[in-house]
Design a protein around this ligand. Structure first.
Ligand code: GDP
Length: 193
């Protein structure tokens, strides 16, 4: 996919702020620091449209990025950051439910998981949450450049088994560092649109 246009339209905290242009949406979810901002920036070939930061758990808004005037990437706040209060966690949960349960233009979710490690408990909960709402999921295993070639198949198997990925969902390995996996990720995302 050639991205000619990418702009942030709104950082929303509730439904009434969501764009009402009726364009299809692809949500992006993952634990803090998994490489979600780097994924977005690499996919749309921008250095820093999505904020990358070493300080996890910062963004607590749904960020709507309009791509080529034809669809949205919706960056949902990262999870699994220990240093958030109970109140913040609850607000996060409400925001996630409101979006994933009710959003009719949501076509699929990209769930990012760090390829170096088995999925966390939070990753598993997130996958199950998405499947509960019958949302198609593309699993993206990030930071593949940090896993030796000979070990990649084993890591993929562990991720697939831990998430118990359904047959219709696919897994793509990805590196924001080298761009590997980008074309394959676009191939699946395009099918959702
Ligand atoms: P986010 O919190 O999920 O948005 O994560 P970021 O995109 O900010 O990335 C977190 C850290 O991981 C940053 O230091 C990135 O440079 C690094 N990172 C992200 N993706 C990759 C990747 O594919 N390969 C490598 N080696 N580092 C990555």
């Amino acid at each position: 996919m050639k991205v000619n246009q990418a702009e942030i339209v709104i950082s929303a905290v509730s439904q009434k702020q969501y764009p009402n242009e009726n364009l299809p949406e692809i949500a992006l979810a993952g634990r803090s620091n998994v490489g979600k901002s780097s994924f977005i920036n690499r996919m749309i070939q921008r250095k820093s449209l999505a904020r990358t930061s070493s300080k996890p758990g910062k963004t607590q808004t749904l960020n709507f990025y309009k791509i080529n005037d034809s669809f949205f990437f919706v960056d949902v706040p990262g999870y699994g950051y220990a240093k958030v209060s109970k109140k913040e966690r609850e607000a996060w949960g409400r925001m996630m439910e409101e979006y994933f349960q009710l959003r009719e233009t949501l076509e699929a979710t990209v769930l990012l998981t760090d390829m170096r490690h088995p999925p966390t408990e939070d990753d598993i909960i997130m996958y199950d949450f998405l499947k509960h709402f019958e949302i198609p999921v593309l699993v993206v295993a990030t930071k593949m450049d940090k896993v030796k070639k000979g070990k990649r198949d084993k890591h993929i198997k562990i991720i697939k088994e831990a998430l118990d990925i359904e047959p219709e969902d696919h897994l793509v390995t990805f590196s924001a560092e080298t761009g590997e996996g980008k074309d394959e990720a676009w191939k699946y995302i395009r099918k959702f649109l």
